[in-house]
Design a protein around this ligand. Structure first.
Ligand SMILES: [Zn+2]
Length: 330
C-alpha cells in the first residue's frame, strides 16, 4: 500500500522514494523559466503530506539548510506520508542573496504578504499564485522557514485559528518547541503563506531561526532538523516518542519597533532576553566616535529580534518584541 503519485512542476513521484524537479513561477525576459526547486519524499506507508518552504525571503538561507538537513536524514521506509519541500522558494532573490526578487516591478514584492497570489498580478504575486495552487491541492500541514537579523534568533509563530486547524497548528509549534512562540491572531500577517494556508484549513506555523545571509550556525541547522523530525513524529509522519521541549509562551501580539534615529549602533540585548519599558537595547556613537546615548525599549516583553548594528538608519527594525506571554511561562 502506498500513496498516490503526484506531480509538482516536473517533479513527479513514482511510488516511495525521492523525486526532484522544478516548478515554473514565471518567465525571465529571455524566455527561460524562473523555476523553483521541488523535492518530494514519499514514504512507504500512507499518511499526511507535510509542506515546507525555505527562502520565501530569498536571503534567509538557514531554512534552506534545515530543510536539506532533514531531507538527507529521511528514509522512505520509515516515513508515513510525504514531505514536499520548496527549499529556495523565491529563487530569483535566492540567487542574488537578497530578500525580494530583483525582477519585481512596482508590486512591492514581499512574497510573504502576497499569498494566495494573483494570477496575472505583479511578479511576486504570480510566484505566490503558482506555489499556492499546488500547496492548496496537496498540503495537509505546513512549516515555513524564516530568519531575522542575528544568529541567535529562535522563535516561532503558529496560526491561532479556531477549531481543529488552530489546535493542530499549536501541536506543531509545541513539537517544534521554541519557548518564544506567538499564537498568531487571524487579523495579523495577512497574506503570509502560513495564515493563508490556515484560512484554508491547513494547520501551519513559521519558524524564525538564525539571521539573514550567512548569519547562522551549524548547531542551529542540526537542532532545526531534529525539531522538524519531532514535528513529524507529533504529526504521525515518523514513529517514535515526541520530545517535550518545555512550555511555549503563547504571545498574543508582537511589535516591530523602528529606529527613531540613526547612528553607529551596538546592541546590548540578545534574542530571548526579557525587557522592560526603558531597558537599554543598545548604545549609539556618533561619527566622530563620541558616545551618543542609548536606544531604550518602549515596551515590556521578550526580544525576538534585535538590530545587530554596526550602523543604523532611521526606520530600520531596531527591535522586535513578543508581547503578553502567558504568566506561567517565564
Ligand atoms: Zn522571512
Amino acid at each position: 500500500m502506498s500513496l498516490q503519485d503526484i506531480k509538482i512542476g516536473d517533479a513527479e513521484t513514482m511510488g516511495p522514494g525521492v523525486a526532484t524537479g522544478r516548478l515554473k513561477l514565471a518567465d525571465y525576459p529571455d524566455g527561460s523559466p524562473m523555476a523553483t526547486p521541488v523535492i518530494i519524499v514519499t514514504g512507504e506507508k500512507p499518511g499526511k503530506t507535510l509542506w515546507l518552504h525555505g527562502c520565501v525571503h530569498g536571503n534567509e538561507y538557514c531554512g534552506t539548510f534545515i530543510i536539506h538537513e532533514l531531507l538527507r536524514s529521511l528514509d522512505p521506509a520509515e516515513l508515513s506520508g510525504r514531505v514536499v519541500a520548496l527549499p529556495a522558494l523565491n529563487i530569483t532573490a535566492f540567487n542574488k542573496n537578497q530578500r525580494l526578487s530583483p525582477f519585481e516591478g512596482y508590486g512591492g514584492g514581499d512574497m510573504n504578504r502576497c499569498f494566495p497570489g494573483v494570477e496575472g498580478g505583479p511578479l511576486t504575486s504570480q510566484f505566490a499564485f503558482a506555489v499556492y495552487t499546488e500547496m492548496k491541492k496537496h498540503a495537509d500541514l505546513f512549516v515555513d522557514f524564516h530568519t531575522a537579523m542575528t544568529p541567535d534568533v529562535n522563535w516561532a509563530l503558529y496560526a491561532a485559528y479556531g477549531g481543529e486547524t488552530g489546535k493542530v497548528s499549536r501541536v506543531l509549534a509545541k513539537a517544534w518547541g521554541y519557548r518564544d512562540t506567538l499564537a498568531t491572531p487571524t487579523d495579523m500577517l495577512v497574506g503570509s503563506a502560513f495564515m493563508t494556508a490556515a484560512s484554508d484549513g491547513i494547520p501551519s506555523m513559521i519558524v524564525e531561526a538564525g539571521g539573514k545571509g550567512p548569519a547562522f550556525t551549524r548547531e542551529t541547522v542540526e537542532d532545526g532538523a531534529e525539531r522538524l523530525r519531532n514535528v513529524m513524529r507529533a504529526a504521525g509522519l515518523l514513529d517514535g516518542d515526541v520530545t517535550d521541549y518545555g512550555p511555549i509562551a503563547d504571545f498574543d501580539r508582537f511589535e516591530w519597533v523602528s529606529a527613531p534615529r540613526g547612528g553607529l549602533f551596538q546592541p546590548m540585548v540578545k534574542c530571548g532576553d526579557s525587557i522592560e519599558v526603558g531597558t537599554r537595547l543598545g548604545r549609539f556613537y556618533d561619527i566622530y566616535g563620541d558616545d551618543d546615548g542609548f536606544a531604550e525599549s518602549p515596551r515590556k516583553g521578550i526580544v525576538l529580534a534585535i538590530h545587530p548594528g554596526p550602523i543604523m538608519t532611521n526606520g530600520e527594525t531596531l527591535v522586535h518584541i513578543g508581547l503578553n506571554p502567558k504568566e506561567n511561562i517565564l
